[in-house]
Design a protein around this ligand. Sequence first.
Ligand code: HEC
Length: 129
Amino acid sequence: MSNSNNFKRSFQIDIVFVLQVIISVALILFCVSSALVSSKTISRVLALNSDPAQGKRIAASCVHCHNNNTGDNIRLTTLTGLSKKSIVIDLVEFRDGKRSNRVMADVALALSDEDIAAVAGYLATAQTD
Ligand code: HEC
């Protein structure tokens, strides 16, 4: 094999390696940026005031599926008593698709940032429903 063929082959290997590095870096940047988008939204929603009346109205729609200590719902997580922060994180992540569940994605996509702040604030302070 001639020197020029060797050179050509090692050049091709270099190109493949460089492409692999570029693709890996792009994937890592994509994952980090989508995580940052959710965490930015979470901080923004946590900084909003929770309107208790709006929160109570929205929470009434959650009990169709979540057991809020009434005992007559199918037994998903009881929402009352969870912290505001954990409810905000879950709803934003369902809405962003970071946490995937088709049912909760539909629920969360219908909620604005203000709605999420309101319902999370209400559920965190409500005793039973
Ligand atoms: C149509 C049924 C349905 C409705 C309505 C619904 N949820 Fe859910 N929810 C689910 C299901 C199913 C899960 C479980 C998803 C999973 O395990 O990933 C869930 C999970 C959650 C979780 C995560 C709980 C955990 O233990 O990780 C939170 C928080 C939540 N829902 C909040 C709400 C709020 C707030 C509302 C009202 C605005 C609501 N849900 C309305 C079906 C529903």
